[in-house]
Each structure stands twice: as structure tokens, then as C-alpha cells.
Unconditional design. Structure first.
Lengths: 125, 376
């Protein structure tokens, strides 16, 4: 299987950040950890909180030649999406089993258009 | 280490703005930070990014007015997109009993030269359609706004470097050395760096450094917490505040709502480590929903915490450090320094070059605490 070069890959789909931008930031600033890349470029700050891009950021840093483990991204509460109203009501979002958030709520679509299901997941590995 | 004319300790928004102005004026400056890039990792990373002039106490208003004049040209000057948006700010009230104090603040700010006015609840709802019907009035200032703190800090650092500033990361200032009362060098783990002057702009790290040199000032570290939502369709242009409710709400370019308001995190200043306080997330969310009920369904994606330095009177501490000729402090911004930074940079640089504090900065000197017997 042919592997695409990192420069051609969208590393962070949530925030729309490409591999070229990540590699440039790493080279320009001598970044050494995934968290530093996140802070500078915004990759990993989106809804998936690094679940998708975390491993790619790590690969980018290892490819750039960092010597120490660049580590997983620091986990930020609330771990998975929780509606502001639930948070406000003091709901124990982390203990909730699988929940659904309607796409209307998420994107302002009309009711019945779609429903987005949020998978219960632990912190990114 | 190679000497510098001036050392700036701390590459957050304040330190980078000072270093930029010094370098631009041709001063040989070294900018040191304890962290690895992107440094300025503490307060500037947890700033809500408000760029406001309203609700400033005493001498801060004049400094804020000067800052916004610089902000207008800042992106062109630094040749960077720092996401500066000047779409106004409303500070709301939900009780007519508060009208009088709101009006007196507006009067005071107008007398100080700020174009701010009283807006009715309906005026505000025309600008912010989803605003709670509980809001009865507010102050509105067209020239307030917001910007991206990390991008702004990075832009100042980059521009400082382009003008010849030497930027040294992973290089904390751990002590100052003096002879005959005059600063001679800063001490770093890599050895002493000789200098003629030094500015301590190390945010929450500043109090420990001041203690170390026996110049204790009433500045203490504290951690503040923020949260942000999923990107949503753009609906909120101005920044919103709400008297008595601890909120600074804005919708940034990505569409995410960014929520500040001075909610505390939980941290250990000795280790510089901080954790998100769930109670702060909940209470802050409740305020958001109270102000804009339609945001109840918007999901929060993340919360984070950063260290900041708070002064005894919540005003910045900028000026000469007693007993250390050539040493200045610029810290204690108490959670509202980001907007001021461009003016602080300009004025501190001018003060160093002229050898005396500028009129705009003089009210912020550490000596104000000595008068109250607070200083050690």
C-alpha cells in the first residue's frame, strides 16, 4: 500500500489543518511535543479533541526527528461533547452512557434532518 | 552568555510586546522564556482575548485607549493575522436598580475620552437577537472587540526577532545580579547574561522572582479557567459581558463560542500545575445559558486553565523595582492585560529608552503599595 506523504494529508479534520502547516510549525519553532503543536497550530483543539489527529501529530514529530516521546495530547475536560444546558444543570456528563445530540442542536438544521450519535469514548490514546 | 543591553524575562503577550518595541527602536534586547515554543504558555494561553476599553479602573482607561489606537494598525504593523475583530462589546444588566451605576460608569468613561453609550435591552437584542429577555440595558462600545491571544503573542515574538531581538527559549531567569544597586546581569541555568536593564514580565512566575531578589510586591499567582464550544454558524458579533455574573462571551472566527469570565481553576503555584475545576465549568455554563438561552444546546468541547498574576488592587504593576536600579516589573495584570499589551510594550520601551517612566505608566508603579505599607 502506498503511503501518502504527510504534507498532502489533512492532519486535523476538525480544524482543517494540513500536514504541511504542522511540519512547518515543527521546523520553524523546534517543537518537541504534540501539545506544543496543538497550541501553536490549533490542531487537536476541535470536537474530536485529538482522537483522529493525535497519532498523526505524533508521527509528524517523530518524522521531524524529535528524540523523546512526543506524547499523547493532554486530555481536556469534558472528554466528550456535553451540551451547555446539561453542564449548566450540573449533569454528570462523564458518567452518562451513550447519548444522542440532535443535529438540529449542533448545526441548526431542521428537526428530523439528521441525528448525530456521540460514541462514548475514553480519552485519546 | 553574550551580553544584551536589555533583558526581557517572559515571552507572553507583555514580554513580547516590550521586546518588539525595544528591538524596533534599535535596542539590543534578549527575550528569555522558561518554556519551549510556543512560549507565553501561561496567562497568554488562557486569555479570553478580549480587546476592550470599557470597565477599566482609574488609570487603565487611558492606557486602554492608547492600546486600541495601536491595535487598529497592529496587524499591518506586525504583518500577521491575529484575528482582531472590532465589532463592539456590550456589558449587560438584568436589573433596573443597576441603571444608575451603569450610567455613572458610562459618564466617567465618556469624560475619559471613550465613545461608549447606554443601550436599551431592545437595542441590544437588535444586535444580539438571542439575548435573554431578562437583559434590561447595557453599555455599548463600538470600538471594543477581540483577538487571538496565541497568534498575537506569536506575531509580536516573530516581529521582535525580525528587528533583531535575540529570543532564548528554555531559559528561565532564576536570579538578578547587581553591583552598587545597579543591575549587572540576569542569572539563568546556562549562566549569567550581562545586561544594563531588565524587565520582569514573567506573569505568574514574577512573584517568586521578586521574592528571590528580596523585593516582594503584593502580586500573587492564580489560575483562571476557560471553555469553548463546537464551531457554530456565526451569530454573535459583539463581545458580551454581564454585570455581576462573571462572563466574557464571544464567537471567534472558527465559529466556536469562547467563554471566559475569571472562573477559577485548581492549581499548585509552586509546581505551576493546574487542573480544570468542574464546578467552574458548570457555573460558567449556567451564566452563558442565562445570557443567551439558545446556547443551551451547543456542546462544550473543552475547558482549560492558565496561570496569571494578580495584584493586591487588581491593577497592573509596572515600574522600577525598589533597590534594583535598571530593573523594572511589568506583571500583576490580574486577568485583563491582553488588550493593554501593545500600549504597555510601547510605553515600557519608551520609559527604558528615556530613563524615566512615561506619564501613562507612572500611576502603575510599585511604590503605590509602599504608601499603604503592603510592600515587604
Amino acid at each position: 500500500m502506498e503511503v501518502e506523504p504527510l504534507t498532502d494529508v489533512v492532519v486535523c479534520r476538525c480544524q482543517g489543518i494540513g500536514g504541511a502547516e504542522v511540519l512547518e510549525a515543527v521546523a520553524t519553532h523546534g517543537l518537541a511535543t504534540c501539545d506544543q503543536v496543538k497550541k501553536l497550530t490549533g490542531a487537536g483543539m476541535g470536537p474530536c479533541q485529538g482522537r483522529v489527529c493525535g497519532p498523526l501529530l505524533r508521527s509528524a514529530l517523530l518524522a521531524a526527528g524529535v528524540r523523546e516521546e512526543p506524547g499523547p495530547l493532554r486530555v481536556r475536560p469534558p472528554l466528550r461533547l456535553v451540551a451547555m444546558g446539561l453542564l449548566a444543570a450540573g449533569a454528570e456528563s462523564l458518567d452518562q452512557p451513550r447519548g444522542t445530540v440532535s443535529a438540529k442542536v449542533l448545526w441548526g438544521l431542521s428537526e428530523g434532518d439528521a441525528t448525530l450519535t456521540l460514541e462514548p469514548e475514553g480519552p485519546s490514546k | 552568555m553574550k551580553p544584551a543591553d536589555v533583558v526581557v524575562a517572559g515571552a507572553g503577550i507583555i514580554g513580547t510586546a516590550i521586546a518588539y518595541q525595544l528591538a524596533k527602536a534599535g535596542v539590543d534586547v534578549a527575550l528569555l522564556d522558561r518554556g519551549h515554543p510556543p512560549a507565553g504558555a501561561t496567562a497568554s494561553g488562557a486569555s479570553a482575548g478580549g480587546v476592550r476599553q470599557q470597565n477599566r479602573w482609574g488609570p487603565e482607561l487611558a492606557l486602554a485607549l492608547r492600546a486600541i489606537a495601536i491595535w487598529r494598525e497592529l496587524e499591518a504593523e506586525l504583518q500577521a493575522d491575529v484575528r482582531y475583530r472590532r465589532e463592539g462589546m456590550a456589558i449587560c444588566i438584568d436589573d433596573e436598580m443597576l441603571l444608575r451605576s451603569l450610567q455613572s460608569r458610562i459618564d466617567r468613561e465618556r469624560a475619559g475620552g471613550l465613545d461608549v453609550r447606554m443601550a436599551s435591552g431592545d437595542d441590544l437584542r437588535r444586535r444580539v437577537p438571542d439575548l435573554s429577555p431578562a437583559i434590561v440595558a447595557g453599555s455599548f462600545c463600538e470600538s471594543d472587540g477581540h483577538a487571538d491571544p496565541i497568534r498575537t503573542t506569536e506575531a509580536f515574538a516573530r516581529a521582535a526577532g525580525a528587528h533583531g531581538a535575540r529570543i532564548l527559549h528554555d531559559t528561565p531567569v532564576i536570579d538578578l545580579l547587581r553591583a552598587g544597586g545597579q543591575v549587572q546581569a540576569v542569572l539563568t541555568p546556562q549562566g549569567p547574561l550581562p545586561c544594563r536593564a531588565v524587565v520582569l514580565a514573567a506573569g505568574s512566575w514574577t512573584p517568586a522572582l521578586l521574592d528571590r531578589i528580596g523585593a516582594t510586591l503584593p502580586i500573587r499567582p492564580g489560575c483562571i479557567q476557560m471553555q469553548a464550544t463546537l464551531p457554530m454558524p456565526k451569530r454573535l458579533l459583539p463581545v458580551l459581558g454581564w454585570v455581576g455574573h462573571g462572563i466574557s462571551l464571544k464567537q471567534v472566527d472558527t465559529g466556536a463560542y469562547v467563554i471566559g469570565g475569571g472562573w477559577p481553576g485548581r492549581g499548585d503555584p509552586e509546581r505551576g500545575q493546574a487542573d480544570v475545576l468542574p464546578g467552574s465549568m458548570r457555573k460558567s455554563a449556567a451564566v452563558v445559558v442565562g445570557l443567551i438561552p439558545a446556547l443551551a444546546g451547543v456542546p462544550v468541547t473543552r475547558a482549560w486553565v492558565g496561570w496569571e498574576s494578580f495584584s493586591a488592587d487588581d491593577l497592573p504593576v509596572i515600574g522600577p523595582i525598589p533597590g534594583w536600579d535598571g530593573a523594572l516589573v511589568a506583571a500583576g495584570f490580574s486577568g485583563h492585560g491582553f488588550a493593554l499589551a501593545p500600549a504597555v510594550g510601547e510605553q515600557v520601551a519608551r520609559s527604558i529608552i528615556d530613563g524615566r517612566m512615561t506619564d501613562l505608566l507612572r500611576p502603575f508603579g510599585p511604590e503605590r503599595f509602599a504608601a499603604e505599607g503592603v510592600s515587604a
